[in-house]
Design a protein. Structure first.
Length: 211
């Protein structure tokens, strides 16, 4: 299995493309604007089909390119229902930001919740609900691979913003302490912006949330 880190869109939001040539399948986690320009050629190059799109939360920069991805693939969309309106109704997010963002709503095929187990590329992933940055924020934990995709809940040395509607710093701190810091220390965290980090690095050095 290969992991491709693809910063895309106007604010360089990280998309993560996981591919498995033996299975002929791929998984995309988040879909920032114009991400298909990078994803499409990679799928062709590796001879795989995109079968799933997982959305960590409903903010515009993580789903701006989702509709285009779905026009080219038969990927099934997975997200948390607390962000239904943000994901399915583009006008909601545009209203929150106060400007036109050029995004389309997309239909979600399967709503996930805390402790759900989902499978992609033959790998089991655990869903953990991490609200605070956004009501429907989730992270996807591949325990066997010792990695987790955390959206904008936490970054290397920082945390997600909480000033948008539905945000709460107290709730975010609780999510980080109970859901992220409870993972094994060596787990690699792949955030929605910036570089990867580890659980132990953030427990020991994140200035916003101490373990």
């Amino acid at each position: 299995m290969k992991l491709h880190v693809i910063p895309a869109g106007s604010i360089q939001t990280n998309a993560y493309l996981l591919t498995d040539a033996e299975r002929g399948e791929a998984l995309l986690i988040d879909a920032p604007g114009n991400v298909w320009d990078r994803v499409g050629p990679l799928l062709t190059e590796e001879g795989v089909k995109l079968t799933q799109l997982w959305i960590t939360h409903g903010h515009w920069d993580h789903k701006q390119g989702a509709a285009e991805v779905l026009r080219h693939t038969q990927a099934k969309v997975i997200a948390h229902e607390d962000d239904r309106m943000l994901i399915e109704t583009s006008e909601i997010m545009e209203g929150l930001m106060g400007k036109k963002l050029g995004i389309e709503g997309v239909a979600v095929d399967h709503w996930v919740k805390q402790d759900d187990e989902i499978v992609a590329l033959g790998q089991d992933a655990e869903v953990r609900h991490v609200p605070g940055h956004c009501p429907g924020s989730v992270m996807f934990v591949f325990a066997a691979l010792e990695l987790a995709f955390v959206g904008d809940a936490i970054f290397a040395g920082s945390v997600g913003r909480t000033d948008l509607p539905g945000g709460s710093m107290d709730q975010l701190k609780g999510s980080i302490r109970t859901q992220i810091y409870s993972l094994p220390d060596k787990t690699t965290l792949y955030p929605g912006h910036g570089s990867a980090t580890t659980v132990v690095a953030e427990k020991n050095g994140n200035p916003y949330v101490q373990a």
